[in-house]
Design a protein around this ligand. Structure first.
Ligand SMILES: Nc1nc2c(c(=O)[nH]1)N[C@H]1C(S)=C(S)[C@@H](COP(=O)(O)O)O[C@H]1N2
Ligand SMILES: [Mo]
Length: 428
């Protein structure tokens, strides 16, 4: 990392952003915006300013420019036996804001992503309802719909980190998460259409939801959640769901573990009791320190991670202004505060939330700070509207032992070195 380059790039910024106004200089620090000699990007005519660009029809559906082709989903081949029943990870280290573009939002499927046409789509509601119903996609489009932003986190996110620091990158340690604006119909609306009187007292009733793929990924959801904020969604970020996210219709179960967000949703059965399917017994159950298993931990507790700097997003500039940024979320509601530590949790500074925390959605935080090239043990700690504080790894292990996989929401540490590189570490 040459100091020359640093000065050069800052010079360019200073010139373009108007060093004359003084504002740029104030941000960059005294001297940083001073000219370092002629910059060909400023003094010479460039190709892009003299020739013509692409016509409007070159990319009827656009992809990111080629210079961004490293901002992609990645998998960890050794994690699963094959790529069909597998997982890949959102490049959270390279994104900003809160909305995850569908094209790089993590995928998790148990029997592969299926191709299901809207015309072939059917959704059945049966079981303890007055009138069992079957909806086509066109039927669903005629119900009043809502737009809501939610995060979806796989319960296995950060699951490899229980025993010690494992994977070197926020994408791999925390990338089983995405955050999208869903368009959908409240599940309550469809259940009421089928009539719930036949179910009697709803207090102890359940809905069993399953997908059209071979795995079916069946899950039981208690009725109070089903009637609360669950959506039957058919659009994400304004456009149709991608195949891999459940086209044409998926379930959105705000704040609860990703496994319950059934894709290619085909059936909703109102039941007397939980079905106790594979996905809610032998899988997605937490092994505790004493060897017993804790079942049904649906809610994703408050969690956060610094996305930059991080192992895949090292500091590429010298001393001076540094933007530390990351994501925070809680399945219990809104994030109210995020603290950042540079010394492994000894001292904390309160970060700036880009926007007030939203209900069960990602919150972006920033710490606009100064870096003097010192070693940092970077951490972030989230708090939510219930007063819950994200635990340290040590605190979590006291309750859960070391044999857990799911629901690891502990504080993450990155060791940022004087050369700007960062590494996944654990502090005691
Ligand atoms: N039908 C079906 N739904 C499914 C799955 C599946 O394999 N089949 N995987 C589940 C799991 S474990 C997770 S974490 C989320 C992931 O959603 P995504 O692939 O859109 O990221 O979908 C859930 N819904
Ligand atoms: Mo999952």
């Amino acid at each position: 990392m040459s100091h020359d380059f640093v000065k050069k790039s800052l010079t360019r910024r200073g010139v373009l952003k108007g060093a004359a106004s003084g504002a740029g200089a104030a941000v960059l620090g005294a001297g940083a915006a001073r000219a370092q000699g002629p910059d060909p990007l400023i003094t010479e005519k460039q190709d892009w300013a003299t020739g013509l660009g692409d016509g409007v029809d070159a990319t009827p559906y656009g992809l990111p420019i080629k210079y961004e082709d490293d901002v992609v989903r990645r998998n960890v081949p050794w994690l699963t036996a094959d790529p069909i029943s597998s997982i890949n990870f959102t490049p959270i280290h390279a994104l900003d804001g809160t909305i995850t573009p569908q094209g790089c939002a993590f995928e998790r499927h148990h029997s592969g992503a299926i191709e299901l046409k809207k015309e072939d789509y059917r959704l059945m509601i049966n079981g303890l309802v007055d009138t069992p119903l079957v909806f086509s996609y066109a039927d669903l489009e005629r119900f009043p719909r809502e737009n809501r932003v939610y995060f979806c986190e796989c319960a296995a996110n950060t699951g490899m980190e229980w025993a010690g620091a494992q994977l070197n990158g926020a994408q791999f340690t925390h990338g089983m998460i995405h955050n999208m604006e869903y368009t959908g119909i409240p599940l309550r609306t469809l259940l009421e259409e089928a009539g719930l009187a036949a179910a009697g007292d709803l207090k102890d009733k359940w809905v069993y939801v399953e997908g059209a793929d071979a795995s079916s990924n069946g899950r039981s959801i208690p009725m109070d959640k089903a009637l609360d904020d669950v959506l039957v969604a058919f659009k994400a970020n304004g456009e149709a769901l991608r195949k891999e996210h459940g086209y044409p219709v998926r379930l959105v179960v705000p704040g609860w573990e990703g496994n319950m967000w059934v894709k290619w949703l085909r059936r909703i059965e109102v039941t007397e009791a939980a079905v106790e399917s594979r996905e809610e017994t032998s899988k997605y159950t937490d092994t505790l320190a004493d060897g017993t298993s804790r079942k049904w931990t649906w809610v994703m507790d408050a969690k956060s991670v610094v996305t930059s700097p991080s192992p895949q997003s090292p500091i590429r500039h010298g001393k001076g202004p540094l933007v530390i940024t990351g994501l925070a979320w809680s399945g219990r509601g809104a994030i109210t505060r995020v603290d950042v530590s540079k010394d492994g949790g000894k001292t904390w500074e309160t970060a700036r939330l880009a926007q007030e925390g939203q209900n069960k959605a990602l919150t972006r935080f920033y710490l606009d700070t100064t870096w003097d090239g010192e070693d940092m043990l970077l951490q972030s700690r989230a708090m939510d509207e219930t007063g819950y504080v994200q635990p340290t790894k040590h605190q979590l292990r006291e309750v859960r032992g070391e044999n857990s996989v799911y629901h690891n929401n502990c504080i993450q540490t990155w060791h940022v070195k004087p050369n700007g590189e960062a590494e996944n570490v654990e502090v005691s």
